[in-house]
Design a binder for this molecule. Structure first.
Ligand code: ZN
Length: 669
């Protein structure tokens, strides 16, 4: 049998046949692929949702099921299902294909992934993922089949109320007791020390020495381990809970950060609970793995934990893709209260509605639901849920409601949280609630809130300036391409060649994507006409960005295959620009949409003249390049004869140029 790594290398030797890719397109609807990561709401024929690729506050991403594309109108990200997976999972194109093939149970024959296409980083990541998957299975087997698993650890979990179904559901496992148990098992199964180290499964004994077997030991020793999954269900790392009491080792231990595991971006339980979170449009945020597992077992399955880290903005945004309602379930002790206060502000600034439930002393959500059941749990949650104003009031003024110093402190804390709210209406509502509850005039609270807002703004400005300063040297030339497929004749009448070197090629490509298979005359299609012109006039696109797309399309056409919209959407090189051209803004007002319909219609009728016009601009660009070249030669020409010839060339080019501009009815300076 092949080891996992040999298998990867083996698969990485040839190209994936187009039939396989087409099959994936056929069985993996874009709304389902994207919907794994983002809650999508219907908007006419399309869906919309929060874009996962930028800090999106209102839904900017549009997903078109009929075309199979997604497009963010804010950051410009877009493409087909594979682009989405590549971006989101950080995978190369072949690995994105493999990812979706596995997900949809489509067999990829051995020998179907091109090894040259695998970027170094993607290759490392793939090795790390494979190691983690192996470790997950190994730990799980150990808990369920080994002697100490059966005799010591399973009974321990049973005692804590965790049943077999839950163990299976969360893939709970057991690490080894010897210091190099997993290291040896991993090597036996074809993984290298380096890979196990990169995956965070082993660590160095002596930091100054290298990654060699003798200097490595297992990260997790003698622990119950909880695999931490990505939102799409890949193992990223582990959380381990110690069981022996007579040890100095920490009770909980997490995998270190690795190339695949960034703690601040992940939430424990999200992959298992996301459907339920969506269905309930609400989520419980708890402190630890055991809380998630235990609540889930008791039927409260819309629950996640931010374990191993303070709650971050990234985690708030991750939650927001599924719901805007968060109820935090925390211990009622001082540490729990302080932790919850920190989380609140992060959630509020992401425009999430937050409620907090503190549990009685000596109880946590896990123990509470185990002892009293889910009905009592829900009742308790409903009765004791508080918003942040009520929470702060209780925590700061519980014993002495009229203590002036405590009151001022409470007011300040509330104001700081109100200032984090992006929505002015919500701010106003909380200001008035605070004024009532703390019996402080609204005007004073407003002043306090404003102080915090000004401070926050200043801090943000400083950060932005810092980022900008760091980035100024790496700004690319030209504007970021956005969605602008509108008949903007003003720009077309004055194409500025130096401004954007690919403008003409981009326009002709857009025309090709929109109209490739339509007839140009009764003999040939638009695509055939365009490529004929390219050949005859020698105006093949030359830009790095687009030339490959044209070449691929031409090759496709020459194989007697249909060249149409679908080709450009599904082809890896062109799907991003296809998404841009073929997406319609979802947030258009009704009136605008009608106009857009009209535009699309007139666009459909005018496509022939558009083809000619855009080809003319491309010709002009090439002539200008030739003229420039000629001018350079003129500058250094030495003999009269040379000068005469070059002058002649110049005049001829000028004439051709004039002819084209006349034909286009365009005045070009
Ligand atoms: Zn975006």
């Amino acid at each position: 049998m092949l080891s996992c790594l040999e298998a990867i290398h083996f698969i990485c030797s040839k190209l994936i046949p187009p039939e396989v890719i087409d099959k994936i397109f056929d069985v993996a609807p874009i709304e389902e692929v994207v919907g794994e990561y983002v809650t999508l709401k219907r908007a006419g024929a399309n869906f919309k949702g929060l874009c996962p690729f930028h800090d999106d506050k209102s839904p900017s991403m549009s997903v078109s099921p009929s075309k199979g594309i997604f497009k963010c109108f804010s950051c410009g990200e877009g493409g087909n299902i594979f682009q989405f997976i590549m971006q989101h999972e950080g995978l190369s194109y072949p690995l994105a294909i493999k990812f979706l093939a596995e997900k949809y149970n489509i067999e990829i024959d051995e020998g179907q992934i091109d090894v040259d296409e695998l970027k170094e980083e993607a290759r490392i990541k793939d090795g790390v993922y494979a190691c983690l998957e192996f470790a997950k299975n190994h730990f799980y087997e150990r808990l369920n089949s080994s002697q100490d698993g059966k005799v010591i650890y399973k009974p321990y979990l049973t005692e804590r109320g965790i049943n077999q179904q839950t163990i299976d559901h969360f893939y709970i496992g057991l690490s080894g007791t010897q210091r190099d148990h997993l290291l040896q098992e991993g090597i036996k199964n074809g993984y290298t020390s380096q890979q196990l180290f990169d995956a965070g499964l082993v660590k160095k004994i002596n930091d100054d020495q290298g990654i060699i077997e003798s200097n490595l030991r297992d990260t997790f020793l003698d622990r119950i381990v909880f695999p931490i999954f990505s939102v799409s269900g890949k193992v990223l790392g582990f959380g381990g809970r110690i069981i022996k009491k007579d040890t100095k080792a920490p009770k909980y231990l997490n995998s270190p950060e690795t190339v695949v595991y960034e703690k601040r971006k992940e939430l424990y339980g999200l992959n298992v609970c996301k459907q339920s979170i969506r269905k309930n449009d609400a989520v419980f945020l708890v402190e630890g793995y055991m809380d998630v597992v235990s609540l889930h077992q008791s039927g409260v399955d819309n629950v996640v934990a931010a374990s191993g880290t303070a709650f971050t903005e990234e985690q708030a945004r991750l939650i927001m893709r599924f719901t805007h309602q968060v109820t935090m379930l925390f211990d009622g002790d001082e540490a729990g209260v302080n932790a919850s206060l920190k989380h609140i502000q992060t959630l509020l600034s992401a425009d999430i509605n937050v409620q907090v439930v503190l549990f009685p002393p000596d109880e946590d959500p896990d123990s509470f639901i185990q002892k009293r059941g889910s009905a009592a749990f829900h009742e308790y949650v409903n009765d004791s849920a508080k918003n942040f104003v009520e929470l702060i009031q209780e925590v700061k003024l519980g014993k002495n409601p009229s203590d002036p110093i405590q009151k001022a402190e409470a007011a300040r804390l509330v104001a700081e949280n109100i200032a984090a709210l992006p929505d002015p209406l919500k701010r106003a509502a909380f200001i008035s609630e605070t004024s009532n509850k703390l019996d402080i005039p609204e005007r004073i609270i407003i002043e306090e809130v404003n102080k915090f807002r000004i401070n926050n703004r200043k801090q943000k400005d400083r950060e932005e300036r810092r980022v900008q300063k760091a980035n100024t040297s790496s700004f690319s030339d030209g504007p970021t391409p956005g969605f602008e497929y509108q008949p903007n004749y003003e720009t077309r009448n004055s194409p500025n060649i130096t401004d954007n070197k690919n403008y003409q090629e981009e326009e002709i490509l857009k025309t090709l994507i929109l109209h490739a298979d339509k007839e140009f005359n009764d003999k040939i299609t638009v695509a055939e006409f365009i490529f004929n012109e390219f050949e005859e006039e020698q105006i093949w696109p030359i830009s790095e960005e687009y030339s490959q797309i044209f070449k691929d399309a031409y090759a496709h056409l020459k194989e007697q295959k249909v060249l149409n919209e679908l080709y450009f959407i599904r082809n890896a090189t062109s799907s991003k620009i296809a998404a841009e051209v073929l997406s319609v803004r979802h947030n258009l007002s009704k009136g605008w949409e009608d106009n857009f319909e009209k535009f699309v219609k007139s666009d459909q009728e005018n496509y022939k003249s558009q083809v000619i016009e855009n080809l003319n601009y491309l010709k002009l660009k090439h002539i200008d390049l030739l003229m420039k070249e000629n001018q350079e030669k003129l500058k250094v020409a030495e003999t009269d004869e040379d000068i005469m010839i070059l002058q002649h060339v110049h005049d001829n080019l000028l004439k051709i140029r004039q002819k084209i501009t006349d034909q286009s009815g365009t005045v070009i300076s």
